[in-house]
Structures are given as structure tokens and as C-alpha cells.
Design a protein around this ligand. Structure first.
Ligand code: GDP
Ligand code: MG
Length: 176
């Protein structure tokens, strides 16, 4: 599109994964350091969030896009994969279907995204350990199979949330 020229685009990071896995909650936790209980609208997201992540004393500016509703209209998301520098792919550790769908997400990503896109797999809702249906090892194994880094996160407690985005920022910086 237009608007290039002197304007330097911020690396675009997109949150993807099934509806309900906690994409919006994760971004709110990262951006505002809080958890807002209850579901966000499945169809209207918070859109873009700009965040500066310090990496080795360098400020890496991330533009993060929360996909909302597009889970059901994936063709919308396809157009954005092409522009993504990084993809955070989420499942919910209490939802087997969201985990099983990760393979389909990765197939799509490999079809539509740039071949050098940074991908990280996140098993979210790590605070709900007693309701867990996906063991950490299953997440690790899947991540190994696709050669992507993996972490369990909680948008509720905030565990590993900064770490996940910082890891992405680090990787983007090293490739810049
Ligand atoms: P999205 O559709 O992927 O954007 O998911 P939402 O962020 O709307 O979250 C779906 C539901 O899961 C909401 O009720 C959230 O409050 C809840 N949720 C999201 N992340 C977590 C988490 O890490 N832990 C717990 N316990 N609940 C979460
Ligand atoms: Mg959402």
C-alpha cells in the first residue's frame, strides 16, 4: 500500500488462534498490566496496540494486531499474514480443540506468511492447571515438530506474558 517513503514501519506482530483462547486478554495484560475478566467481544477487537519493548538497551517498537472475529472469516486474516513480521499463535491449555487446530493454523501460516516470519507457540491460561487438558509436554512436542519456540502463558496472572513479547522483540531485532 501507500504511505511508505520516509515512514519506517514498525514490525507487525499478529496474535492468532481460535476464538476464546485469550488473544485479547493477553494483549491487554501486556499493554496495561491487568486482566479484565469476562469475554471481550468476539467480533470487535481492540485493533492495533503499539508497545515499546526494551531489548539490550535498544527500544524495539512493536505494532501488535489482535485478530478478532476473523477466526470465522479467515480470508480476512490471510491478507495480513503477508505483512506480518511475527505471529503469536495461541491455544488454550484447557481446550483440546484449540490445541488440535494449531496444525491447521500453522498450515495456513506456512501458506500465506513470509517464509522468515517469527512464530511463537503459546499455551495460554496456564493458571487453570486443574482444568488443563493439554500437558505442557504436548505443547513442547508440537513446537519442536514445527521448530518454533514455545511457552505457557497466563493473561490472568501475567506469567510469561512480558517474556513472550520480549522474546519476539529480541528475535525481530536480531533479524533487523
Ligand atoms: P480471544 O477470543 O482469543 O480474544 O479470547 P479472550 O481474550 O476474549 O478470552 C476468552 C475468555 O477466556 C475470557 O473469558 C477471558 O477472561 C478468559 N481468559 C483469557 N485468558 C485467560 C487466562 O490466561 N486465564 C484465565 N483463567 N482466563 C483467561
Ligand atoms: Mg478477542
Amino acid at each position: 500500500g501507500g504511505g511508505r517513503g520516509a515512514h519506517v514501519r514498525r514490525p507487525l506482530t499478529i496474535l492468532v488462534g481460535d476464538s476464546g483462547v485469550g488473544k485479547t486478554s493477553l494483549l491487554v495484560q501486556f499493554d496495561q498490566g491487568k486482566f479484565i475478566p469476562g469475554s471481550f467481544s468476539a467480533t470487535v477487537g481492540i485493533g492495533f496496540t503499539n508497545k515499546v519493548v526494551p531489548v539490550d538497551n535498544v527500544k524495539v517498537k512493536l505494532q501488535i494486531w489482535d485478530t478478532a472475529g476473523q477466526e470465522r472469516f479467515r480470508s480476512v486474516t490471510h491478507a495480513y499474514y503477508r505483512d506480518a513480521h511475527a505471529l503469536l499463535l495461541l491455544y488454550d491449555i484447557t481446550s483440546k480443540s484449540s490445541f488440535d487446530n494449531i496444525r491447521a493454523w500453522l498450515t495456513e501460516i506456512h501458506e500465506y506468511a513470509q517464509s522468515d516470519v517469527v512464530i511463537m507457540l503459546l499455551g495460554n491460561k496456564a493458571d487453570m492447571n486443574s482444568d488443563r487438558t493439554i500437558r505442557r509436554e504436548e505443547g513442547e512436542r508440537l513446537a519442536r515438530e514445527y521448530s518454533v519456540p514455545f511457552m505457557e502463558t497466563s493473561a490472568k496472572t501475567g506469567v510469561n506474558v512480558e517474556l513472550a513479547f520480549t522474546a519476539v522483540a529480541k528475535e525481530l531485532k536480531s533479524r533487523a
